[in-house]
Structures are given as C-alpha cells and as structure tokens.
Design a protein around this ligand. Structure first.
Ligand SMILES: C=C(NCc1c(COP(=O)(O)O)cnc(C)c1O)C(=O)O
Length: 342
C-alpha cells in the first residue's frame, strides 16, 4: 500500500458529481514547433477549450445560462430548451439538458457540419436545419425559427446566447481568471475568435481587471461584419469556417472591448488548424486556425511584439472531430481549392 502522503498525480482531479463538473479549468499548453516554423519568437500558449465536457468553449456559457435560469425560476427539468446555434452552444445546452432532464431543440444552419448534427442527436436533441446564408432577420434564419418554435412549444425557453449576460460572464469570471492564474500574471496578448463575441468580450473584461496592458486581439473572418473599424468589413464573401463571424452584431459583443480586430481568410484558418494538428498534436477546429492566422498577421504588423519575453495566448474553441468530413478531409480541401495546403 503506497504511503497516503505521497503526492498523487491525480490530486488535481477529485471525483466529479456530474460531467458538468468537467467544464472549465482547461489546460494551457505551449506551442513549440509551429512558432518556430512561422518565425515567431514570442512564447505562444494554446487554451484547449476543446477539452471541455461537450468539446467546446461554449460548455462554459451553457452551464452558467442554465444554472442562472434555474435560480431565477425561469426553467425547470421537463421544460424544453430551444437555442439558435452554429452547433457548439447547441451541443453544450443539449449536454446540460441530458444530465438535468430537459428536452432540447436546436436550430442549425445547413452550413454547419454533419458531425455537430450527429452529436446533437446523440444527446437527444431535436435538430431543425435552416437554409445557409440567409440574413439573420429572415424568417428562415436560425434565430427566427427558434423564436417560432418557442412560441409553438409549451413550457419552452430560449436561453439566448446572443443577449444573455451569462455568456460573457462565463469568460470574465472563468476563462480570464484561469488564464491569469495559469500564466502567473505574465500574459501579454490574448487572441480569440468572435462569434457571439462572448469569449473575447468577457476574457478582455476579466484580464483588464488585472492589467490594462494585456493586448486583446479579436478575430473576424473575411465576409463577416463584427470587426472595428467598419472599414475592415468591406470585403463581402461567403466563408466556410464555422463558429466565428456573423452578419449582425450580437448584443453580448462589445466591439470596443478588444484592442485590435484582425480579419482572416478561410484558407489561412484551415491551413493553420491543420498545422496545429500536424505540428503540435492539438486536435482543434477551423476557428482555432483563425487565431493562429491572426497571430501571424499581428507579428508581421507589429514586429516589436515578436520577442521572447512576450507571452501570447491563442484560444482554441473546439475540436477537429467536428470537422472530419470538412477541412480535416484532404478530398474536401481539394474540392474547395485548397489542394496546395498540407
Ligand atoms: C456561437 C457559437 N459558437 C461560437 C464559436 C466561436 C466564438 O465564440 P463566441 O464566444 O461566441 O464569440 C469560436 N469557434 C467556434 C468553433 C464556435 O463554435 C455556437 O456554437 O452557437
């Protein structure tokens, strides 16, 4: 019998009362080969949000939104949770619904991967697919269809990640505090993609309480309109990267909170996501690649930041496993004109 006072490698992992206790406290892992390949001298660390229980950063907001709505008496087990999502928030809410005994309906654009739909259905959610590329105020948009379903469904509730204060709060009081602790207060730059904008807004608010000097960089895909100044959004195009970018500005996004906005292409998002997998072993999604694409642009535009004593965090929101039939697949890459990428 080993002496009980010997430090156990599992000390940091006490038993959990439910899988909801496996949300947050995600690892912060140093990148080694990719920065060298890219000529980046700064220390680069990745926040592995795909290691949350439901496989994405959105687990954090789903847990907070559900628990707050329960405390406020707005929902109770047996009710139906309805949400408009690009998939990960849907999965996260469906996971909370599964463990707490709610029914769940998720509206999901046809743009989003089959993998996300299958995980949603495996969790017991009903998935209502909506046409891709319709404006958010269209009656066929994920938001409009979710609202219609809520009006038609007794005892149903929309938590609404686009307006719910618990979205950015999950990052102000969770993600940001973890990053400050994990970097021992030495983080200089954080790069985060923007979808609802909850991650970048909340993380910025949280870190700036500790230090006004932390540079917060928000990433918006070419074709989206979230970036500031507005002039950055002139290029209009469809984009295939999932989870970031919108054609409206969600209420939870404070566009003035990030210090800098950087626009990224699908090509670079998929290129660098594949590099993160192949050079760092990080099984991450396309929007993770967008943060590295932004990092490359940042270092090119501000070489004074590309020095060894700068510590950069890139937030990797979800998993490669959401995209095995899309950018992770060489045939898909060739079909979409990216056959020149590794
Ligand atoms: C808005 C949703 N996802 C956000 C998201 C984001 C952006 O996170 P926000 O905190 O919503 O800005 C980045 N990457 C991926 C893969 C994502 O799924 C959603 O899943 O409904």
């Amino acid at each position: 019998m080993e002496a009980s006072n010997q430090a156990s490698p599992f000390l940091g992992q006490p038993k959990k009362e439910s899988v909801a206790d496996c949300i947050g406290a995600t690892p912060l892992v140093r990148l080694n080969r990719l920065p060298a390949t890219l000529g980046i001298k700064a220390q680069v660390y990745a926040k592995l949000e795909y290691l949350n229980a439901g496989g994405s950063v959105k687990d954090r907001i789903a847990k907070r939104m559900v628990e707050k709505a329960e405390r406020d008496g707005k929902i109770k087990p047996g009710d139906t949770l309805i949400e408009a999502s690009s998939g990960n928030t849907g999965i996260a809410i469906a996971l909370m619904a599964a463990i707490k005994g709610y029914k769940c309906i998720i509206t999901l654009s046809e743009k989003m991967s089959l993998e996300k739909e299958r995980v949603l259905k495996a969790l017991g959610a009903r998935v209502v697919r909506t046409p891709a590329g319709v404006p958010i105020d269209s009656p066929d948009s994920i938001l409009s269809v979710a609202r219609r379903l809520q009006q038609e469904t007794p005892n149903s509730f929309i938590l609404n990640q686009y307006t719910n204060a618990e979205n950015p709060a999950a990052h102000e009081f969770g993600t940001a505090e973890e990053l400050w602790y994990q970097t021992e207060g030495r983080v200089n730059i954080v790069i985060s993609g923007a979808g609802t904008g909850g991650t970048v807004t909340g993380t910025a608010r949280g870190l700036k309480k500790h230090s006004k000097n932390v540079l917060i960089v928000a990433v918006d895909p070419l074709g989206s309109i979230l970036a500031q100044p507005e002039g950055l959004n002139e290029f209009k195009a469809e984009y295939k990267v999932e989870g970031i970018g919108y054609d409206f500005v969600p209420q939870v996004l404070d566009q003035a909170e990030p210090d800098l906005w950087i626009k990224t292409s699908d090509r670079d998002s998929f290129r660098y996501a594949r590099s993160l997998v192949r050079e760092e072993g990080l099984l991450c999604g396309g929007s993770s690649g967008a943060t590295v694409a932004a990092l490359v642009q940042l270092m090119e535009a501000h070489p004074e930041l590309n020095v060894e004593d700068k510590l950069v965090v890139v937030i990797l929101p979800d998993s490669l496993r959401n995209y095995l039939t899309t950018f992770a697949n060489d045939d898909w890459m060739e079909e979409h004109g990216y056959n020149d990428l590794e």
